[in-house]
Design a protein around this ligand. Structure first.
Ligand code: ADP
Length: 481
């Protein structure tokens, strides 16, 4: 296990403690797992001073050198994956297998950024009478990367990797629930020999105050945020009279559509995976299932069986496939949605209540994996993100009806389609208002694909060629000979 029981700050190439620390809680047992330094505004401004001072030098660094740092960090994460996965599982509560998968995904993202950063090409336009034109790309400058607790490794590595590859210094602001794994990973990136000031880390219990101070400073050129829609929209409103690049990855309310011609076994596995992964605490989690009425009973029988096979417990215990919710508020939200749906006529196919084992090692906030049928549009769960292990099922009769139901949300992050008729799938792909779509694929997030949402789910993309673009400015040059 890395020595991260006490996470410190990283500013200007050096580790700093802070006058105050805060407890990090193991969500499985509610025991204290460690402490993290509680940064204040002075630390935030020192971090920005360091990042601003390092910006020109890092932008001028050979992309191949930047790429080398990221490849070295990815190799180290892969080499230490076992201990890092244990830390991630303990701090976030997710099953070890998922923690391992997240770290592999994070390493792959660093590797992608390492490769793609070397291809941040511009363009040459055909010469007019005056001369040719050039389109140049340059790093945006100091970036603030605000990351959430639900994927505290992959979200962080994605932002840090893409920003560093593009030539931008980074101030990372990990979530207060998960500072230990974030600190361990940022230490690994720093230890590849990054110049001082290129990478900063601020753990804090006062995100609004620190982020507010950074946003008020024009030297900060970009914010990349992953978290709730409420906080993300608040960041946009705080922009004031300083325009800066803002990438937002916010909430979701993902539909899954199962057409009559789907392979039902694969669809049931896909829906259960995309729903209960990370105990449903994922912005790409399936919230709503729309199933064609002709296959409803067969699909639900399969889903019920697969849901019943899930095992609640500590993420780091053998055999656990679903861990605790992150906190009490998360549990209360889930209970409220289930009570509201049942009061309005939904039926509980399986689950439906919290889980209390009586074991002191499992004092956390657990909810049984739950499937609700007969869900209607007037229920809270049909429009409010659940962020917990509850699947809401509705039947449909026509394709257009399914697509209209799927699109009837202010969110637009991920959607899932299960079916074998390519013509029908293609038509749905054209009509669905979502940024990421899995076709017979419950895990549609890949480094080589741009990740991000439409509508209130976000703006700009992470991953793919678009991921590097989001950290660069475009300059048009007109040449006259
Ligand atoms: P969640 O509800 O999933 O915890 P949040 O949006 O509250 O999502 O948190 C995501 C990230 O945003 C975390 O790093 C958190 O510290 C940060 N954050 C929370 N509130 C604010 C705020 N007012 N300003 C800036 N960052 C914030």
């Amino acid at each position: 296990m890395p020595d991260t029981a006490a996470a410190t700050l990283l500013i200007d190439g050096r580790r700093h403690s802070a006058p105050a620390t805060f407890d990090v809680v193991d969500p499985a047992s509610l025991d204290v797992l460690g402490q993290a330094a509680d940064a204040d505004v002075t630390h935030a401004l020192a971090a920005l001073d360091a990042a601003a001072a390092a910006a020109r030098g890092w932008a001028d660094t050979d992309p191949e050198t930047r790429s080398g740092h990221l490849r070295a960090a990815a190799a180290e994460i892969r080499a230490r994956q076992g201990e890092l996965a244990l830390l991630l599982s303990r701090e976030n509560g997710k099953p070890l297998a998922e923690a391992n998968g997240e770290l592999t995904g994070g390493a792959r993202m660093l590797e992608w950024a390492a490769e793609e950063g070397r291809r941040a090409y511009g363009r040459v336009t055909p010469a007019s009478a005056a001369g040719p034109g050039l389109v140049l790309r340059s790093p945006v400058g100091p970036v603030l990367a605000i990351t959430p607790w639900n994927f505290p490794a992959s979200m962080l590595l994605r932002k840090v990797g893409l920003a560093l590859a593009a030539g931008c210094p980074v101030i990372a602001k990990p979530a207060e629930q998960t500072p230990l794994i974030a600190t361990a990973l940022l230490d690994i990136v720093q230890a590849t020999g990054l110049p001082a000031g290129v990478l900063q880390s601020l753990t804090t219990t006062r995100p609004a105050e620190l982020v507010g101070a950074l946003l008020a400073d024009r030297r900060l050129r970009k914010v990349s945020f992953t978290g709730s829609t409420e906080v993300g929209l608040g960041l946009l409103r705080q922009t004031g009279d300083t325009l800066r690049r803002t990438s937002l990855e916010m909430g979701g309310h993902s539909p899954a559509i199962v057409f009559a011609d789907a392979d039902l076994e694969a669809a049931a596995t896909g829906v259960v995976t995309a729903k209960f992964f990370n105990a449903g605490q994922s912005c790409t989690a399936v919230n709503r299932l729309y199933v064609h009425e002709s296959v409803r009973d067969d699909l639900l029988a399969l889903i019920e069986k697969k849901t019943a096979a899930l095992r609640l417990g500590r993420g780091d215990a053998e055999g656990t496939t679903i861990g605790p919710l992150i906190d009490k508020a998360g549990l209360a939200k889930v209970e409220n949605q289930v009570a509201d749906a049942v009061a309005k006529g939904a039926r509980v196919l399986i689950g439906g209540s919290r889980w209390e084992s009586g074991d002191p090692a499992l004092r956390g906030h657990y909810f049984r994996p739950t499937v609700l049928t007969g869900v209607t549009a007037d229920m809270l769960i049909s429009h409010e993100e659940t962020f917990g292990p509850v699947l809401a099922v509705t039947t449909f009769t026509g394709d257009d009806e399914a697509i209209a139901l799927a699109n009837a949300t202010d969110y637009g992050l991920a959607a899932y389609l299960f079916g074998s008729d390519l013509r029908r799938v293609w038509r749905a792909l054209d009509r669905l208002d979502f940024g990421v779509i899995g076709v017979n694929d419950p895990a549609p997030v890949r480094p080589e694909l741009p990740f991000g949402g439409q509508k209130n789910s976000g703006q700009e993309r992470e991953g793919g060629a678009e991921g590097i673009e989001a950290y660069t400015e475009t300059k048009a040059v007109a040449l006259r000979f």
